[in-house]
Design a protein around this ligand. Structure first.
Ligand SMILES: O=C[C@H](O)COP(=O)(O)O
Length: 320
């Protein structure tokens, strides 16, 4: 388990000094998104790196135990042994960073990974705190965290109460996240900001800082349920906040874009953005994750094309 962010005092002066240059953010995003990405064997290597950074997710109202068991099996063997062999990797050598499920599915995820001997290799991330809205009493939100950790979750993806940001109640936001951090105990805390509902880049930056000051180990863009989820411009804003926090406080907080990341090309664009904005130290699954339910299949198809020159059908690498 990686170290944990100790946080720092809430610094309202720092928050008040925040002003994001929106036009500059969009220009920077356009520049990153217009790049020709890596090709050939380098692309294959980047895509395998992307696989190791996936929080393989199922967050449906129709999730069943068998879905979750399949998800765990896929997380343990995300790329077929044939493909790994052809790419020069040992069979079974690559896993996703975590699986991500609702709290009620943590026990079956834990039992499945344990049965496969994978409980040390694959993290169990549980969303919590009234995901996706966060509109529940604090006591029940905290109880949800404790329950999920007790049942085997090693990472907790909390959702913040967006109304605290919209109403600029930074002290309340800081205190709530601190309590959530405490409830996590040994589990890592990822704070979902639901950026599509925060209204401005200034708010995204400030909410990122407050979440980090309160001890978040990762900050995460979205639940995947908002109208606007992970976008490169908002990713740049959050990465700049992470960088500034690292410079001032001295702790490296991780980053997790989530929601709507579906294609191999998307994953390459995000990795390039991370490399340029935060540097190589963030290009690993201790510091960076993709929250994604549908990305892995497209990466498998792209790797298959790299190895055979042929595109496979969309169903060839189905989740199950
Ligand atoms: O936290 C992860 C997100 O819910 C995943 O969103 P997605 O289903 O759009 O990939």
């Amino acid at each position: 388990m990686a170290s944990s962010n100790p946080g720092c005092e809430l610094d309202l002066g720092w928050l008040n000094s925040v002003h994001v240059n929106t036009a500059a953010v969009y220009r920077r995003a356009a520049n990153i998104q217009s790049r020709k990405t890596v090709k050939g064997v380098h692309q294959a290597a980047w895509l395998l790196r992307a696989v190791t950074c996936i929080d393989l997710t199922t967050l449906g109202g129709d999730d069943t135990d068998s879905n979750v068991m399949r998800l765990c099996a896929k997380a343990a063997r995300p790329i077929s042994n044939d493909m790994l062999n052809a790419l020069g990797f040992e069979p079974g050598s690559i896993q996703t960073g975590a699986i991500c499920v609702y709290p009620s599915k943590v026990p079956v995820a834990y039992a499945t990974l344990k049965k496969m001997g994978m409980e040390e290799k694959i993290n169990i991330a549980s969303v919590a705190t009234g995901f996706p809205s966060g509109q529940y009493p604090l006591e029940t939100r905290l109880a949800e965290i404790r329950w999920a950790v007790e049942k085997g979750a090693t990472e907790i993806d909390i959702v913040i109460d967006r109304s605290l940001v919209i109403n600029k109640l930074w002290v309340d936001l800081y205190q709530e996240i601190q309590k959530m951090k405490e409830a996590c105990g040994p589990a890592h805390l990822k704070s979902i900001l639901a950026v599509g509902e925060l209204g401005s880049f200034d708010n995204v930056y400030k909410a990122s800082l407050v979440a980090m000051m309160a001890g978040s180990d990762f900050i995460k863009t979205s639940t995947g349920k908002e109208t606007v989820n992970a976008t490169i411009p908002v990713g740049i804003v959050m990465c700049r906040a992470i960088k500034e926090y690292c410079t001032k406080v001295g702790y490296q907080v991780g980053f997790k874009p989530a929601g709507g990341i579906r294609t191999a090309q998307d994953s390459l664009t995000w990795l390039i953005m991370i490399k340029e904005e935060l540097g190589n130290e963030w290009l690993n699954n201790k510091m960076f994750r993709f929250g994604a339910s549908g990305l892995l299949g497209d990466i498998e198809r792209q790797l298959h094309h790299h190895l055979t020159g042929r595109y496979s059908s969309a169903t060839q690498f189905a989740m199950g």
